[in-house]
Design a protein around this ligand. Sequence first.
Ligand code: UTP
Length: 325
Amino acid sequence: MRALIPVAGEGTRLRPHTYTVPKVLLNVAGKPILGHILDGILAANITELTIIIGHLGDRIREYVTTYYPSLNVEFIEQKERLGLGHAIYSARTTLNATPTLIILGDTIFDANLKRMIESTYSQIGVKHVDNPKRFGIVETENGFITKMIEKPENPLSTLAIVGIYFIKNTLTLIESLDFLIRNDIKTRGEYQLTDALQIMVERGEKMCPFLIDGWYDCGKPETLLATNHFLLTRQAHNTYREGCVIKPPTFIAPTAIIEHAILGPNVTIADGAIVRNSIIQNSIINASATVENALLNNSIVGNNAIVRGMYKCMNIGDSSELEIT
Ligand code: UTP
């Protein structure tokens, strides 16, 4: 059993943060997104892991080897970003006939991984959604998947593929990816994992939908903040700071300096950050950032960034988002 995490993407929807920090290392509820995923993998007793890196890959390698030394990780570089199917194919040399658990690097799950990986058949993580046209969709019959299709025009099901896959026959997956790439079969310009899985279904692979209740996307600023909120409500934190009002749920790293502030709810303050004379809610303040004399809501402040006297003077970099309401 090996886990596979593709994290090569550029995270364009989370710019400007992802210009300098890989998406999976963005902090959510006091820890990088990837840290939450790796904790889940360790809890399921999986220790063999392939991480597919690309954009800012060295930062990811450094984080994993420093903080997760007990994991036996192989890093594979996806040299061109040609889609998720291509990313998995790039890592084929690290796979073998044993089953594979694929988890997308920008999604945190609240799922019973142990139950998933003990299944007799391949399992595709799914959730009912209101807007199936935006997702890869599975169609089912008698509990088995009959069709998988990426962003269909006329979806016949509301079961969306959420980014966690337990593949029983890894070699069949590699053959299907190989078929896609050799025949240059792309959907929306990319080699799609969904298309390879559809080929597996056509070749007789038995796959079942695996309902996931907790599915927390981190791919966009608003979903990252919503995930921050959800994860904070799950954990209790000691947030007392003298002279401050802290409304739970809030996470404050022990090394952060907080003075004359009203923080929360739904706030993460990372290591070394400084917050003074400010009111902050629904926000993530990253490591060593400084926020002074500011009123922030629904905000993400990058590592080492400075927000000071926000309504008076601003020095905002390329591709920043600023909304004053
Ligand atoms: P996304 O398309 O959601 O992530 O892929 P992205 O490309 O990083 O973000 P945007 O769309 O530009 O904002 C889901 C996961 O698959 C990985 C990504 O790193 C992410 O973890 N991925 C995607 C790859 O590793 N390689 C690819 O070619 C495509």
